[in-house]
Design a protein around this ligand. Structure first.
Ligand code: BGP
Length: 474
């Protein structure tokens, strides 16, 4: 058998993409509620942007999403029916601290997640909780400039103290920041950062990243103090870079691109700023302000496991003409002529997952956890309301086969796999409902119409079988 006996099979979601109930029981607003649709959604935002004159109608997707706020019992029972061993979800910071800088938490927010965790436990499902999945309370964004301010470290520490103590015994696995490297690519969506025209954006991003890295180390420290059973992981938007050609410059560029992402995990998992990063920061004229004790904190509180999302590999080149075609991609990647793409243009590369798993394992030698992977597709229910999603089954089975190869043939230590959007939810990148990943269909369209009724797709029974056979029968 390829996978461990206690392999953590499951699915993943994020609070604002599925919960809805954006203003219920005292929840405050967050950056992810107010990210604009269209091209600015993932991109750079300036301080003058109209999003700061918030109007109720513009809240999206958290306004309703798939209303898991009221459907969680039904949804978790469906996860249990598939045999989930784990459910990756995130807490919305602004449910627990509506402004973010209060000293006392909002009890109603804490109770909501407690109910969810207890519901999971009822079925023997181990929650895997992302502490921040891109979200930052909007009050902290406006008052402090989000993670550009050192004060955020203290507010995050307070959040961690509260949740670790409250959920001790209920939650064992935690992730500190979803796709921490996204701060470089989607600074507002990913970390609440927006810029004034005079800002040196790289300076702001790396300073904010330092604050997140310190906050992540503090979280790891507190978790281990509160309950030595707790395991804390970092989380990377992964996907190995291939050189476009064997030209040495392309090969070097592909390594540089990988390092851009690995930098974060090098700090979180090895405990220090790597030499290449120090040189690069110096070249860019970036000076990171650190406090006494920061380096020691980072060194002494490395993560227990390394988790990542994988959707596709990427391709790097130094060829200016080819590079010009990558503008607008969230990760600058040239199209790979050997791969097909999904209907949303994401290239499909199961072998790339095996390569990525090997790269990361070679680098860190810690247990790995794939916490996002999946196919975003436009599903159309047939006349019986049933979605025959063979394309999704194909995608997932090929990726699970690649995982198996990495474990069985290459010796990678893999602890679990949670597919992204196990129930249809709102897409982070497009803000649309029609980019679906789930085993469970949710009746809602891009205009917000629909009954929110849940129904099983063909992939539901397929995944159930995969879990029941611990990945033997794909
Ligand atoms: C990751 C995010 C998720 C998620 C996923 C799919 O970057 O962590 O929140 O949404 O990508 O992306 P999309 O929703 O744009 O298809």
């Amino acid at each position: 058998m390829a996978f461990r006996k206690d392999f953590l099979w499951g699915g993943a979601t994020a609070a604002n993409q599925c919960e809805g109930g954006y203003n219920l029981d005292g929840r405050g607003l967050a950056n992810v509620d107010l990210a604009p649709l269209g091209e600015k959604r993932m991109g750079v935002i300036t301080g003058q942007d109209k999003m700061f004159e918030f109007v109720d109608g513009e809240i999206y997707p958290a306004k309703e999403a798939i209303d898991m706020y009221h459907h969680y019992e039904e949804d978790i029972s469906l996860f249990a029916e598939m045999g989930f061993k784990t459910y990756r979800m995130s807490i919305a910071w602004s449910r627990i601290f509506p402004r973010g800088d209060e000293s006392e938490p909002n009890e109603a927010g804490l109770e909501f997640y407690e109910k969810i965790f207890k519901e999971c436990k009822k079925y023997g499902i181990e929650p895997l909780v992302t502490i921040t999945h891109f979200d930052c309370p909007m009050y902290l964004v406006e008052k402090y400039g989000a993670w550009r301010s050192r004060e955020l470290v203290g507010f995050y520490e307070n959040l961690c103290n509260v949740i670790f103590n409250r959920y001790k015994g209920l939650v064992k696995y935690w992730l500190t920041f979803n796709e921490i490297n996204m701060i470089l690519h989607a600074p507002f969506m990913g970390a609440g950062l927006y810029f004034a025209p005079e800002d040196n954006q790289d300076q702001v991003k790396y300073q904010a990243a330092h604050h997140e890295l310190v906050a992540s180390a503090i979280a790891t420290k507190i978790a281990h103090e509160v309950d030595p059973e707790m395991k804390v992981g970092c989380m990377l938007a992964a996907g190995a870079y291939y050189p476009y050609s064997p030209k040495p410059e392309d090969v070097f560029e592909s390594r540089q691109k990988d390092r851009e992402s690995y930098f974060f995990i090098d700090v979180q998992s090895r405990g220090e700023y790597p030499a290449y990063a120090l040189k690069e920061l110096e070249r860019k004229g970036i000076e990171i302000k650190m406090e006494d004790g920061d380096l020691e904190l980072l060194r002494e509180n490395t993560v227990d496991f390394v988790s990542f999302s994988y959707y596709s590999s990427r391709v790097a080149t130094t060829d200016e003409e080819l590079l010009a075609k990558t503008e607008g991609n969230i990760f600058a990647s040239v199209a790979n002529p050997y791969l097909k793409a999904s209907e949303w243009g994401w290239q499909i590369d199961p072998m790339g997952l095996r390569i990525t798993l090997n790269d990361i394992y070679d680098r860190y030698q810690k247990p790995l956890f794939i916490v996002e992977n999946g196919l975003g597709a436009k599903d159309t229910p047939n006349e019986n309301g049933y979605v025959v999603d063979d394309y999704r089954i194909d995608y997932l089975s090929q990726h699970i086969q690649a995982m198996k190869d990495a474990v069985e043939l290459d010796g990678v230590d893999l602890m679990g796999y949670t597919t992204w959007g196990c129930i249809d939810l709102v897409s982070a990148g497009t803000g649309q409902m029609s980019k679906r990943y789930g085993f469970i269909y949710v009746d809602k369209d891009d205009e917000g119409n629909g009954t929110l009724k849940r129904s099983k797709k063909k992939s539901f029974d397929w995944y159930k079988k995969v879990i029941a056979t611990n990945g033997e029968d794909l």
